[in-house]
Design a binder for this molecule. Structure first.
Ligand code: PRP
Ligand code: URA
Length: 382
C-alpha cells in the first residue's frame, strides 16, 4: 500500500476551510489553491537529498548545502491540476512540466484521456503528479499508468482533498506512489463527488459553474424537448435506448454517441436492469477512418483494443487485437479485404506464432502454423 501523508499544518488547514466554503469567489479560490499547493510543495520536497558545496559569504568561506542535482517534473492533470502548477514552479523553477488531459465522464465517472505530453527526459526525473481532487481514483490511476510508460525515477501524487475510496484504489493500483493530501474526507456521494469536499474543483478554479437559475432553465428546456419525443426509446445522441432480441424481449439498454460525421464515438452498454456493463470508445483519423476501438469494463479498466491500419489506397491492411498485458493478435489483409496472415504475440510482445492463410478451392485455409518452440529463427525473418 502507498504511504499517505496528510498535511495538518495550521496554515494549510485554515486555507482549506476557506477553499471549501461555497461563498468563496473564483478569484479567491484560485489564489487559495495556489497557496495551499505552495505549502504542500514545501512539505513534499522535504526529503530531497542535499549535497555539500563550498561557498564564500562576504565574511568567510563555508561548506553549505544545495539540492543534490535531483531533477523534478510536475505533471498536472488537466484542467484542475493546472491550478496547482504555478505555485509548484515558484518553489522549484527548474522543474520541467508535462500535462495529462483527462476528464471524468459525467455518466460513468470514468476518466477519458484527451491529451498527454511529458518531458522527453522523464526517465531522469522525480515526477510530482498534481490534481486537487482524488475521488474514485480513476483519473490518478490512469494518469500514473501513462507516466509510468516513460519510466520516471519516482512518482508522488499531490492532491488537496482525497476520498478514502480514492486513496484505496490508487494505493492498490500503484503501491509505490506516495500520496500527499491536505485532507482525507468522509466519503463519495452517488455522483462520485467527495463529501464534504469543495464541489467541482475545475469549475471553481475556472469559473465554469453555471448558476442555479440557469441550470433550472436548461433542465426545463431539456425536459420539454424530451416530452415531445418519448424517453428511453429516443435515438438522440447519448440517449438511453432499449435493446430487444428478435422476439421483441428487452435484453438491455445502450447509449450511442456520434460525432458530426455521424460516426459512433462511444457506446455504453447496460443489462436489462440498467446495470452498467461496459463501454467502447472509437477514434478516427483526419480522413474519418476508424483508428482504434477500445472496450472498457464499467469500472474503467481497458479490456481490449482494436487498432486499424490502412494501405496507401485507404484499404484496411491490418487489424490488431490488443490485450492490456501486451498479448496481441494481428490480422493482415490483402487489397481485396481477404485475410492473408495472422500473428500472435505474447505478454512481452514477442511474436510467438504466425499463420499464413492461402486460398484453396476458393476458400481460405491456414497453410503454415508455426508453434512457439521452433519459431525463434523464422520469427526474426518476418
Ligand atoms: C476532477 C479532478 C480529478 C478528477 C477526480 O476532474 O480534478 O481529475 O475529477 O475524480 P476521480 O478520482 O473520480 O477520477 P474533472 O474530470 O472534473 O475534470 P476537470 O479538471 O477538467 O474539471
Ligand atoms: N472532482 C471534483 O472536482 N470534485 C469532486 O468532488 C470529485 C471529483
Amino acid at each position: 500500500m502507498s504511504k499517505v501523508t496528510i498535511f495538518d499544518h495550521p496554515l494549510i488547514q485554515h486555507k482549506l476551510s476557506i477553499l471549501r466554503d461555497e461563498n468563496t469567489s473564483t478569484k479567491e479560490f484560485r489564489e487559495l489553491i495556489s497557496e495551499i499547493a505552495m505549502l504542500m510543495c514545501y512539505e513534499a520536497t522535504r526529503n530531497l537529498p542535499l549535497e555539500e558545496v563550498k561557498i564564500k559569504t562576504p565574511l568567510t568561506e563555508m561548506t553549505a548545502k544545495k539540492i543534490a542535482g535531483r531533477k523534478l517534473a510536475f505533471v498536472p492533470i488537466l484542467r484542475a491540476g493546472c491550478g496547482m502548477l504555478d505555485a509548484m514552479l515558484t518553489m522549484v523553477p527548474s522543474a520541467k512540466v508535462g500535462h495529462i488531459g483527462l476528464y471524468r465522464d459525467e455518466i460513468t465517472h470514468k476518466p477519458v484521456e484527451y491529451y498527454n505530453k511529458l518531458p522527453g527526459d522523464v526517465e531522469e526525473r522525480d515526477v510530482f503528479v498534481l490534481d486537487p481532487m482524488l475521488a474514485t481514483g480513476g483519473s490518478a490511476v490512469d494518469a500514473i499508468q501513462i507516466i509510468k510508460r516513460s519510466k520516471p525515477r519516482s512518482i508522488k501524487f499531490l492532491c488537496i482533498i482525497a476520498a478514502p475510496e480514492g486513496i484505496d484504489v490508487l494505493s492498490k493500483a500503484h503501491p509505490d506512489v506516495e500520496i500527499y493530501c491536505a485532507a482525507k474526507d468522509d466519503h463519495l456521494n452517488e455522483n462520485c463527488y467527495i463529501v464534504p469536499g469543495l464541489g467541482d474543483a475545475g469549475d471553481r478554479i475556472y469559473g465554469t459553474v453555471i448558476c442555479l437559475s440557469l441550470s433550472i432553465l436548461l433542465i426545463g428546456v431539456l425536459l420539454c424537448a424530451c416530452s415531445d419525443k418519448g424517453s428511453t426509446t429516443s435515438t438522440e445522441n447519448g440517449a438511453l435506448t432499449e435493446v430487444k432480441d428478435d422476439n421483441g424481449n428487452l435484453t438491455g439498454y445502450e447509449r450511442r454517441y456520434t460525432n458530426d460525421n455521424g460516426d459512433i464515438t462511444r457506446w455504453d452498454v447496460y443489462d436489462a436492469d440498467q446495470t452498467y456493463l461496459y463501454y467502447v470508445l472509437y477514434e478516427y483519423d483526419d480522413q474519418d477512418r476508424l483508428q482504434t476501438e477500445t472496450r472498457y469494463k464499467a469500472e474503467g479498466f481497458a479490456e481490449y483494443r482494436y487498432v486499424y491500419t490502412y494501405d496507401d489506397k485507404g484499404n484496411l491492411s491490418e487489424k490488431a487485437y490488443e490485450l492490456p498485458h501486451g498479448e496481441a493478435q494481428v490480422y493482415r489483409y490483402n487489397a481485396d479485404g481477404e485475410e492473408i496472415e495472422r500473428l500472435y504475440y505474447d505478454t512481452e510482445e514477442k511474436l510467438i506464432k504466425r499463420e499464413v492463410l492461402e486460398k484453396e478451392n476458393g476458400s481460405h485455409t491456414i497453410r503454415l502454423n508455426l508453434p512457439r518452440n521452433n519459431f525463434k529463427d523464422k520469427a526474426a525473418a518476418i
